[in-house]
Design a protein around this ligand. Structure first.
Ligand code: PBG
Length: 325
């Protein structure tokens, strides 16, 4: 009987040994907190399918941003929920509309201490809930939508966003937004491109978070979950178009895509742990079926291990607090 000389268990013997030999560890600076602000709220409003997450009013959003700074979180990604919607999503262009005002308020609160990011997409602003405007035949009109994205981007840059996050998956969106920003003198505003964004069932709770009006699905513009190679095409196009960073979304069901993208990307890679991923862990933990804190830490660590440089997660501040303790 012979025994192997290499016995990996030797490196697992004590907490100190495991800490020393850990290949990856999380850092608050790489976490980004997604946050919702809803117009006209006097109090923050809980989101039923995302226990612990709220639709903010101005005050609570500013407090959440200040807390994120205190905890060393790297960034905040803002989503706005307007009071009125129309077919063209015109509230998105209003300089004092809910999202643009939120950007201004958060910048006033945190200055440059937190990277302020904002969603460039029409789904929160349209009465039909699609990420773009519709053509006469009811399909999403790519190029008419791009024209609006360009103007939205300029409004958000003017409000003070450091980074814009086009999430609508229209072809050519990064190029149009880059051009519009440059033409308006915003050469310094960055773009994190949702390059590989899949048509996922796990966005369910987000639809509640933004009171989405969507009937149907987004399969004509978001990627097919069956496709892996195609993610590299989306990434290449976004890089050619001027993306400063790229994103893979969702995270947990797409760790293979994230690993592919991370291996090939010359720019920082973000991954978005989305609403349904959050909801599943919270729901199972609430039932006592899994350990909440360990599951959160393990899930976010898996995203880091797969290659993300930045992770959007609704647990960003809570997790940062644990990491600093
Ligand atoms: C679109 C957008 C969505 C999410 C972020 N940006 C929804 C969608 O594509 O249907 C989902 C985020 C989440 O589920 O946490 N503006």
């Amino acid at each position: 009987m012979s025994f192997p000389h290499h016995r990996p268990r030797r490196l697992r013997t004590t907490p100190a040994m495991r800490r020393l030999t850990a290949e990856y560890r999380l850092d608050p600076a790489e976490l980004i907190l997604p946050a919702f602000i809803r117009e006209g709220l006097t109090e923050p409003s809980p989101i039923t399918s995302m226990p612990g997450v709220v639709q903010h009013n101005t005050d609570s959003l500013k407090r959440a941003a200040a807390e994120a700074v205190r905890l060393g979180v790297g960034g905040i990604m803002l989503f706005g929920v307007p009071e009125t919607r129309d077919a063209a999503g015109s509230a998105s262009l209003d300089p004092v509309g809910v999202l643009n005002q939120a950007i201004r308020d958060v910048r006033a609160e945190v200055g440059d201490d937190l990277v302020v990011m904002s969603d460039v997409c029409l789904d929160e602003f349209t009465d039909h809930g699609h990420c773009g405007v519709l053509a006469a035949d009811g399909t999403v009109d790519n190029d008419a939508t791009l024209e609006i994205y360009g103007r939205m981007a300029v409004a958000q840059a003017e409000a003070g966003a450091h980074v814009l996050g086009p999430s609508g998956m229209m072809d050519g969106q990064v190029a149009v937004i880059r051009q519009a920003l440059d033409d308006a003198g915003h050469q310094g505003t960055s773009i994190v491109a949702y390059a590989a964004k899949y048509a996922s069932a796990f966005y369910g709770p987000f639809r509640e978070a933004v009171d989405s009006q969507l009937q149907g699905d987004r399969r004509t513009y978001q990627m097919d979950p069956a496709n892996r190679r195609e993610a590299m095409l989306e990434v290449e196009l976004d890089l050619e178009e001027g993306a400063d960073m790229i994103m893979v979304k969702p995270a947990m069901s797409y760790l293979d895509i994230l690993a592919d993208v991370a291996a090939a990307s010359p720019v920082p890679v973000a991954a978005y742990q989305i609403s349904g991923e959050y909801a599943m862990i919270e729901a199972a933990a609430a039932n006592g079926w899994i350990d909440r804190r360990r599951s959160i830490e393990e899930s976010v660590l898996s995203i880091k291990r797969a290659g993300a440089n930045m992770i959007l997660t609704y647990w960003a501040s809570e997790l940062a607090g644990w990491l600093r303790a």
